[in-house]
Design a protein around this ligand. Structure first.
Ligand SMILES: [Zn+2]
Length: 56
């Protein structure tokens, strides 16, 4: 099962989750493991995403 990284827009922390393709296709909200927020989006770790969601 592939692992995906999601970034929380509230606390800016990364949550790593393992989802099957079926689960991912449903587009379900990933819950932040740090603050419990569902205001998350997939994090690809590239510069453009990092610029949109500064971690520091
Ligand atoms: Zn959070």
């Amino acid at each position: 099962m592939p692992a995906y990284e999601y970034i929380c827009k509230d606390c800016k922390k990364i949550t790593e989750v393992r989802l099957s393709f079926e689960e991912k296709e449903k587009g379900l909200n990933v819950k932040c493991e740090h603050c419990g927020s569902e205001n998350t989006s997939q994090f690809f770790g590239n510069m453009m995403v990092a610029a949109n969601f500064p971690l520091h």
